[in-house]
Structure formats: C-alpha cells, structure tokens
Write a protein that binds this ligand. Structure first.
Ligand SMILES: *Cc1c(COP(=O)(O)O)cnc(C)c1O
Length: 426
C-alpha cells in the first residue's frame, strides 16, 4: 500500500456509527502513514479501527494479579481490601449516607466521628483525625503546629520515601523551617536538646521505613526524645509511615509510640494496616483539635469511599484474630510457608513450571530487612510481556532468564486465573 492509497479519516470512519469513530480513525490513519513511510504494510484498516474503538472503551485502571512477592506493592495499588471493607464501600457509595450528619440530633455532623472512637480504642489515644494519605497527615500536622517556626529532625531521618517524595520538601511546603541535628548514622537525644531555642515549634521523628543504617549507628529511644520534648514543653510528632496496629515483627505500633511519649503519631491506611489510602493521626486531644481547625484540613480531607473502607477495616481489628484472617496484607504476611509452597506446587502442576524457593517482601517502606520465605512457580521469561497484557494482567519477577510467579502474594482463588493466562500466552 502507498500513502496515496490510504482512505481519508472520514472515509474510514464513515461505516461506523460509533461517536468515537472519527478520533479513532485519525489515530489509525496516522499510524498507517508512519508504517508505510518505514516501508511496512499497515494491514486491514477496518479491523485496526475496530481494535482502536474497543481499546478506547477498555478501562485503563485494570485488575492485576500480583505475582511479585511484594505484599504492599506501591505500583500495584498497595493494600488489597478485606471483603467486609469492600461491602462497606458498596453500601455507602450506592446511596446517601450520614457522612456529615448526626442522625441522633438531626443536624450537621463530622465525617471524623465515624472513625475517631475506634481509632482511640485501637491505639489508646485521646483523639484521632484522618486525612487523604500520610503525606497529607504530615503536611497538616506541620502546617498547624509549626508554620513559620522551626522543626528539629535528625539527619538520619531526612528520607525519600519513593517517587521523589522527600521529608524535607514536605516540611518546606508546610511553612516550617527544618533544623537538622546529628549525623547520618548517629543522633542522640542531647543533639535535639542542644538545638532547641525560642523558634522551635516541634520535634519530629521519622521512621526510617524503607532503609536501615547498620554498623556504627545510633538513634535515640523515643522515650528519651519525649523527655527532651516535655522538658521544653514542645510536642513530639512521630511519623511511623507504615504504622502497624498489631505487633508485627519489629515494625512499631501506633500504641507503642504513644506509650513511649509521642504527642502525635501519624501513619498510612494502606500500608501494613491493610486498608484504603488514608493518613491517620492519633494523640493529644488539644493538638488534634488544632489540626481539625486548620484550613488545610478541608483541602486534605478523606473522601467517603475511603472512610467507609477504613471503618470496615478498623472494625476487623477489634478482634485481632479476625484481622489476621481477613485483612489480606496480614494474611499474606502471616501465611505459613507450607501453604505458600502448596500453592506454588499446584500452579506448577497446572502450567508445567518448576517450583522455586524465593524471598517475598513486605514492601510499602515497612520492614525493609525482613525476608519472608516464599515459593514461586518458574516459567519461560518470554511470557512476561504477554502476561502483562492479559485481562486481568499478571505481573511477576524476571530473574536469570525465567519468569517467577511468586505465590505468597497470589490468593488461592486467583490461581486458576494465573494458570489460564499462562496457557493462553503460550
Ligand atoms: C509511606 C510514608 C509516608 C507517606 O505516606 P502515604 O500514605 O504514602 O502518603 C510518609 N512517611 C513515611 C515515613 C512513610 O513511610
């Protein structure tokens, strides 16, 4: 085919009554032109138009079967929600709700009321507030408590969390000034004490999240930091990042941080907690009240779907055994290795792959050194790209010329879908 043989956009779109046909035909013709210029054959233009139209109607945000072995995978949507949390979302989203309405009084209420009591119960805090995500939580707390004044942070905690999100940048945006103390590997409580002056508004501790300094390293105990803060009547804010609600290996819980003396503790809803994207701040009633009244609170507020999912997830935590059984992140974290191996064996038998020992990760900036024993089913590396194109997509790990499908992050119910996808891609 030559360039002059190509139909016009209108000619190609003419036979279709699809309202998107002209736009799609433009894309198809432009691509065909390019192919012809490079000496190729553009193929059946009518069929390409049909493909283009169906692609335009396929959702871009799609389901993925996570075979990476990274449980809280930021690129794959972090935490899958528990079934009861999903039910709450559907129920609340389908119609109206008492989002900001006090049903007992018949007057305006606060969206915070739906989760404050349960967060208090789960963390023993005096008060709680939830916002859009933990970055917002940090921004709100710093803006409300330290705008135009100094915030003291250890040099070892000025971290980048991922995708360019850096603690010093958030601090600058809040209007607070950063005062760095200590060194990359060693900071003591006395370093904070020495840096305090009349401009100081707050002491900030940031959980190292996604890395650890090993070797000649020292960080002050939170108790010692709290004593320094109390001695100068300054609040201590502890950004836990992941922030577990249950004791999970060496990841700090919000409750422990409050017991150690932090005045405010903030953490994510969709990391180890295993709920929706949200930022949770718990602690002193007086400080939380200042956050509530700050204008940024309105800009950073949590939406009703997330709030419904968060409440549904938190309700599970009232019974820790139920949380471990039903919150997917906790279930994957705690699943015995034999169950993971059995799943890998079943997948390998179904697709003719090989069972391989692997190491899974918590992800989401939590427990970076924590290696979770796991098993994968290894298949040909050449399947990786076509598995990503499937519906649902399957994403694994390419290593040593093979594609590893890690079974710690796959659910039993997803195994048949993975096996069918592998079969279809061969
Ligand atoms: C992940 C993380 C954040 C940001 O939380 P988001 O919920 O992703 O906004 C902030 N601080 C620390 C220490 C983190 O690990």
């Amino acid at each position: 085919m030559e360039l002059r043989d190509l139909p016009s956009v209108d000619e190609l779109a003419r036979d279709s009554d699809d309202p998107l046909a002209v736009d799609a035909a433009r894309v198809v013709i432009a691509r065909a032109r390019e192919t012809i210029r490079r000496g190729g054959d553009p193929g059946d233009l009518a069929a390409l138009l049909a493909d283009e139209l169906s692609a335009a109607r396929r959702p871009a945000l799609r389901r993925v079967l996570n075979a990476t072995g990274v449980i809280v995978h930021t690129n794959l949507g972090r935490a899958p929600l528990a079934e009861v949390a999903l039910e709450r979302v559907i129920e609340v989203a389908r119609g109206y709700s008492n989002l900001e309405y006090d049903l007992a009084e018949g007057q305006r209420g606060s969206r915070q009321d739906h989760v404050e009591a349960i967060l208090r119960r789960l963390t023993s805090a005096q008060a709680a507030i939830v916002v859009n995500n933990n970055a917002s939580a940090l921004l709100l707390a710093l803006a409300a408590l330290a705008e135009g004044r100094d915030v003291i942070v250890s040099r070892g905690e000025l971290i980048e969390i991922g995708d360019g999100f850096r603690i010093p940048d958030v601090l600058a945006r809040s209007g607070a000034r950063l005062v760095e103390v200590g060194t990359t590997n060693r900071t003591r409580a006395s370093d904070y004490a020495r840096a305090i002056d009349e401009r100081t508004a707050l002491l900030l501790r940031v959980h190292q999240s996604n890395f650890r300094v090993v070797g000649f390293a020292e960080v002050p105990w939170l108790e010692d930091l709290a004593a320094v803060a109390r001695g100068s009547s300054l609040p201590l804010l502890d950004d836990l990042g992941s922030g577990a609600l249950l004791d999970l290996s060496d990841e700090p819980t919000a409750r422990a941080s409050l017991v150690a003396g932090a005045d405010l503790v903030c953490f994510s809803g969709d990391k180890l907690l295993g709920g929706p994207q949200a930022g949770i701040i718990v602690g002193s009633a007086e400080l939380i009240e200042r956050l509530r009244r700050h204008p940024l609170h309105r800009a950073l507020r949590i939406d009703k779907l997330s709030l419904a999912a968060l409440e549904g997830t938190l309700l599970l935590y009232l019974d820790p055994e139920r949380a471990v059984a039903e919150v997917p992140v906790l279930r994957m974290l705690r699943e015995p290795i034999d169950a993971v191996r059995a799943r890998a064996e079943r997948l390998a038998a179904a697709v003719g792959g090989e069972v391989e020992e692997t190491v899974a990760r918590v992800g989401g900036g939590a427990l970076p050194l924590h290696e979770l024993p796991s098993f994968a089913c290894a298949v040909e590396e050449s399947l990786a790209a076509s598995l990503r194109e499937r519906e649902p997509a399957v994403v694994g790990i390419v290593r040593d010329g093979r594609l590893l499908l890690d079974c710690r992050t796959l659910a039993d119910a997803e195994l048949d879908e993975v096996a069918a996808a592998v079969a279809a891609c061969r």
